[in-house]
Design a protein around this ligand. Sequence first.
Ligand SMILES: [Zn+2]
Length: 257
Amino acid sequence: MPGSLAHDSVKVFIVNGLKRAGAKVTLQRFSTPDPYQSRTLNLTNIVGSFFPNRKQRLLLAAHYDTRPWADEEEDEKLWQQSIVGANDGASGVAVLLELADILAQRRPKRVGVDLVFFDGEDYGKAGDLQFYLLGSKHFVANLQGYRPECGIVLDMVGAEGGKIRQEGNSLSVAPQLTQELFARAARLGLDVFVPQRSEPIYDDHVPLLQAGIPTVDLIGLPYPYWHRLGDTPDKCSKETLRQVGTLVVDFIYDFGF
Ligand SMILES: [Zn+2]
């Protein structure tokens, strides 16, 4: 969770992974008054750019912060504890870091790729929508002419037995990209992806969509350990992660016009 030592270590871990893969790394630091304590909340988006001179770009994003409150636990006494976030946080990061290693070895045809690790996605308490998506909102407020062709957000993409459906906001605002990704998944035989509409989710793709960047949220819901202390690595599966990674890699290396 933001402000913890673990949060600082994961930041170093991501930056080192990106640098090792040869990315140009930019830290986008920002701070905001903590809505829940009298302190300043210091947050950092991490951007790893591959082939930064290429004009046509793809954005792949995941949030790396984990939720400070296990507020989906039935026992209210547990709500003040932070979650591990193996699926809700780490899974998307894992896919992006693996992608970094692949990009280090093989160049896409024409496109440059930006891997963006958002901070502060899951900071809000239930109902406090304005304190969610802190990193992606800050990113979109500071685009400075950055205009990727499209974006993919990965969130909760690692659960054992998890399924990813066509998230409502993605399907409404970026229908072409959503359908293209799910058709591609079907061609590749990836059964984690189910071409069925699901509820709209308020996730990091929403600010990107509002900024006019067609973005799809690949999110595995329902997840029984969502915002609970049980969101630990044993609930994750290599196979789910493999399928998500396969889809994203296939999309990137096929992209270009
Ligand atoms: Zn969450």
